[in-house]
Design a protein. Sequence first.
Length: 85
Amino acid sequence: VDDSRRAQQALSMAFAILMSSWQSSKDMNVRIGAMETLGHLCLVIPKDLFLTNADALLELVVNLLTRQGIACIWIYLVRLMRGLC
């Protein structure tokens, strides 16, 4: 039980750090990798943490897509969805 709780805390912390830092990167590969990682983390963090951050995650994705233009939309969505599936 303690190991499970510690793992959940570590994954939650990783999610929070990634949520707060990935959008400042100018490297497209970092952004794409972060989106995929966030998708994977969304499946293993506590549901309440995901639901608390779901609006912010969606807003970040939409803002990023708006700045990058329509050509990049599928790259981000596929990576995020691959992580969530």
